[in-house]
Each structure stands twice: as structure tokens, then as C-alpha cells.
Design a binder for this molecule. Structure first.
Ligand SMILES: Cc1cc2nc3c(=O)[nH]c(=O)nc-3n(C[C@H](O)[C@H](O)[C@H](O)COP(=O)(O)OP(=O)(O)OC[C@H]3O[C@@H](n4cnc5c(N)ncnc54)[C@H](O)[C@@H]3O)c2cc1C
Length: 439
């Protein structure tokens, strides 16, 4: 085994076989592979939330669209995530405020609210049954983290009107029955859903709008110019525009597609376990509101109950892209430390995926050529924002790029260390942050 695994392809194949989400859906038969040359107004690389959202918006505005997906629709992060649809962006508002000023930072916040609304609009418009639930709980496990949470939420209230109920001490039990947390804050803008059901619903909607989706068709090269040509092993798409929505594996499938954006994100492994279904009374006692929960540690725990009353508990990161040892047992222990009542709950599924983190955790949207757009850097906060990102790219293709450009003005640094040393450098930096979580 290599000490530092620089490739992420295949490293989590085994984990995905145990995904609760995959086990709880009936996927349609595989879409065809691309064969031969086809024409489109827009070629979208990647069939996750971002790519599908762009395809839907473009098709709704009369554009012919081809989506090329390397594996299966939502085989990446979109079909594996915690399902937490959260307002805001992963970096918090500090990055846009300091880089762009208050006005544009507020526009970004407003667009993140639109991202949440867009989920509900699409669920209604396309009749997507995906267990959508409102309610979100931020929790803190130490007094200084409680203060930090309070300050952040107070700023969100003052600047953006986000209403939260912040509680401390014994009142925390109103929202979560765990001795772990000294503070909690509830809001009802954010919430959760079954991500793979949602993603497959988007794919169905895209097809109904005329979008041609090809699976098992990794794009290995992209010829730029007035006409872009996306090449796969057995075919090509000629189009006026390209949208790159390949997330962490874009550079793995097609190193030459857009090498200039590769070092702006890093793949970070994160993992989820799902218990067997639990008694209704226990679920209601542990999280009475049914909210999705997330702590404010740097290496965070995120969890919620599924519609069939399983605890879906996420956390534990890998900055080396290798699956951590004794992963299932470590995850179970973390869950039991928060909810002792779940210590003996059988764990039925364990899976993981890669999050595309940017250096400052702000999303990274822009162009690598006038007619080639990219969307990446969701930094673990993409369930809602990907939908909005697809809409923004579609606007830009139609000649209205002012909203995309607010994001594109955010400055991003490359991860240092070159392709060989980038991963170990990040692992060292993150080990430091993980240590700080325990202070
Ligand atoms: C375990 C886990 C938990 C998470 N939890 C949350 C959460 O609770 N809340 C939240 O907001 N976010 C969460 N996230 C992040 C969120 O899932 C992502 O931000 C979001 O799904 C990204 O969507 P995407 O479309 O950009 O990428 P993906 O869903 O990864 O889609 C990219 C697609 O592109 C394809 N592809 C790549 N390269 C090529 C190529 N060359 N040719 C063709 N196709 C290609 C891939 O196969 C993939 O299907 C989590 C992520 C993970 C992994």
C-alpha cells in the first residue's frame, strides 16, 4: 500500500456497496454510454446535484443539453451525503464579507436562501419523494464553542434576519437528549432530505425536459475554442458551452480537462453509519424536533434520523484519502458517546465519500475559458448550494453572469505542495486543527 494514496478513484468503491441510500432506492436501468459524436448547445461534465441542476435550468430555457457522467448519476457525493440542506456557505459569512464587502456578502447569503427554496420548488414541480424535513440544530460541546456559536448566530440574525432559538444548560434537552452538549441553537430554514432519492428525481426531471444523460462515460479530454469538444473513450460531444461539475474526481477521470483548477480543491473523506430502524419513542426522545444536527468543531459530527427511523451518523474525516482503520467501530463509539442509548444499536450500513474542500472553505465557481464554466469547492456544504450553482451557470450561459460573478470574485489559493505533497501537507495541517477541537 502506498503511504500517501494520491488517487481517490476506487478507494471507496467497497464502502459505497454498503450505502443505506443505495439500498433504499430502486435505480432505473443504466443510461447508455456515449458512442459516436453528438451535438448540443451545452455539455455538462458530471451527473451530481450541480450538473443535473445546470442541465434542468438550461433545458427549461430551451437549450439542448448532454450530461456525461463517469459512473452513474449521483454516484459521487450527491448520492452519499448526510442529506443536510443548510443555509449559508461552508466558510461562514466572514470570507465573503472580508473579500467582497457587506453588500455582496449579503447577496451570497440571499442566494443561499434561494438555494433552499429551490429544493422545495423542484420537489413540488417534479414530484420528487425524498423525505424532505425542516429543522436544523447547531450544537456546541464546550463553553468557548458555545460562545462562538452564539456570536455567529447573533451576526446572522443582525445581518440577515436568521431567527434561531439559542439555549444553554438544562434547556438543551428541549432539542437534544445528550449530555455531550452545553449549548444548542434551532432554526427552521435548513433541514434534511434523502439525497439519492432527490438526485434520482432530478435526473428523471432532466430527462423529461429532453436532457440526454450518458452514464459510464468519463470525459478524458476537453478541446477548447468557439466550439468545445468533450471526448470520452468512444465518443465526443460538440457544444457551444461546457459546464464542469465533476467535483473531486474530475481530475482523476480527465487530468487534462481543466488542470488549472485542480489544486484549488482537496478531496477529504467523510463517513456515515446507519443503524437498524429504532423505536419511534426513542427517536422522539433523542431529537424531539426531528432536526438534522451538526456541531461546530473543525472536524465535525453531523447526524439525523432517516424517515424509517435509522440514526444516520456522519463524521470522522480522512485527509489522506485512505479509508481509516476500524472505521465502523470508531464511528459507533462516537455515536454512543453522544447518545449512550444507542451504544448497542446494530449498525447496518457504513459508507463514505469525498468532499471537495477549498482552502478557505468558500465555494469556487468561475470560468477556465469564456464558454467553459466550473463549479467546485462546496466544502461539505453542497446539498442546497449545488442547485443554486447550477442555476447561476445556466444564467451565465444565457448571457447574465452577474450573479455567478459575485461568487467568481471570491479569491482562492491553491493547496501547497504540488500533486505529490499536497495530501500529506493537508493531513498535517488538519491533525493540528483536530487537536484544537479537543481544547
Ligand atoms: C459523506 C458526505 C457527506 C456530506 N454531507 C453533506 C451534508 O450533510 N450537507 C451538505 O450540504 N453537503 C454534504 N456533503 C457535500 C455534498 O454532498 C456535495 O457538496 C455535493 O453533493 C456536490 O455535488 P456535485 O454535483 O458538485 O458533485 P458530485 O455529486 O460528486 O458529482 C460529480 C459527478 O461528476 C462525475 N465526474 C467526475 N469527473 C468526471 C468526468 N471527467 N467525466 C464525467 N463525469 C465525471 C462523478 O462521477 C460524479 O458523479 C457531503 C459529502 C459527502 C461525501
Amino acid at each position: 500500500m502506498r503511504l500517501w494514496n494520491t488517487s481517490i478513484l476506487g478507494s471507496d468503491t467497497q464502502l459505497n456497496q454498503h450505502s443505506y441510500y443505495e439500498a433504499s432506492v430502486q435505480r432505473p436501468p443504466d443510461a447508455p454510454r456515449l458512442q459516436g459524436t453528438v451535438q448540443a448547445d451545452v455539455v455538462v461534465v458530471g451527473g451530481g446535484f450541480a450538473g443535473l441542476s445546470a442541465a434542468i435550468e438550461l433545458a427549461q430555457h430551451g437549450r439542448s443539453v448532454v450530461v456525461l457522467e463517469a459512473e452513474r448519476v449521483c454516484a459521487g457525493a450527491s448520492g452519499r451525503n448526510g442529506g443536510q440542506a443548510i443555509v449559508g456557505i461552508a466558510s461562514g459569512q466572514g470570507v465573503p464579507r472580508s473579500q467582497l464587502g457587506r453588500e455582496d456578502a449579503s447577496r451570497i447569503w440571499g442566494m443561499s436562501l434561494e438555494a433552499i427554496r429551490l429544493i422545495d420548488e423542484r420537489i413540488a414541480a417534479f414530484d420528487i419523494d425524498c423525505e424532505r424535513t425542516r429543522g436544523y440544530l447547531y450544537v456546541a460541546d464546550a463553553p468557548h464553542k458555545a460562545r462562538q456559536l452564539q456570536v455567529e448566530l447573533e451576526t446572522s440574525r443582525r445581518d440577515h434576519g436568521l431567527q434561531t432559538d439559542f439555549v444553554q444548560g438544562a434547556d438543551v434537552a428541549r432539542y437534544i437528549r445528550s449530555g455531550r452538549y452545553c449549548a444548542a441553537a434551532y432554526e427552521s430554514v435548513s433541514g434534511h432530505l434523502h439525497p439519492l432519492k432527490y438526485g434520482l428525481g432530478l435526473a428523471r426531471a432532466a430527462r423529461a425536459l429532453g436532457v440526454r444523460i450518458y452514464e459510464h462515460s468519463p470525459v478524458t479530454g476537453l478541446q477548447r475554442g468557439a466550439t468545445v469538444v468533450a471526448r470520452t473513450a468512444q465518443g465526443a460531444v460538440q457544444a457551444d458551452f461546457a459546464v464542469l461539475a465533476g467535483n473531486c474526481t474530475l481530475a482523476e477521470h480527465g487530468p487534462a480537462v481543466a488542470p488549472e483548477i485542480r489544486a484549488r480543491i482537496m478531496p477529504v473523506g467523510t463517513y456515515i453509519i446507519a443503524t437498524d430502524p429504532l423505536p419511534e419513542s426513542l427517536c422522539e426522545r433523542l431529537i424531539p424536533s426531528g432536526a438534522a444536527v451538526c456541531d461546530n468543531n473543525f472536524v465535525l459530527d453531523y447526524f439525523r434520523f432517516s424517515a424509517d427511523r435509522r440514526m444516520l451518523f456522519g463524521g470522522r474525516v480522512s485527509y489522506t484519502t485512505r479509508t481509516p482503520r476500524q472505521l465502523g467501530e470508531t464511528m459507533r463509539q462516537r455515536m454512543a458517546a453522544i447518545f449512550p442509548e444507542l451504544a448497542s444499536a446494530p449498525v447496518a450500513y457504513l459508507w463514505g465519500g469525498f468532499v471537495d474542500i477549498s482552502m478557505n472553505r468558500a465555494p469556487d465557481f468561475g470560468r477556465v475559458a469564456p464558454n467553459v464554466f466550473y463549479l467546485q469547492g462546496f466544502s461539505g456544504h453542497g446539498v442546497a448550494l449545488t442547485g443554486l450553482a447550477g442555476r447561476l451557470v445556466a444564467e451565465a450561459v444565457r448571457g447574465q453572469s452577474d450573479r455567478l460573478d459575485v461568487f467568481a470574485r471570491l479569491r482562492h489559493r491553491r493547496f501547497p505542495g504540488g500533486s505529490r505533497f499536497r495530501t500529506p501537507a493537508l493531513a498535517l495541517a488538519m491533525a493540528w486543527e483536530r487537536l484544537r477541537d479537543t481544547w
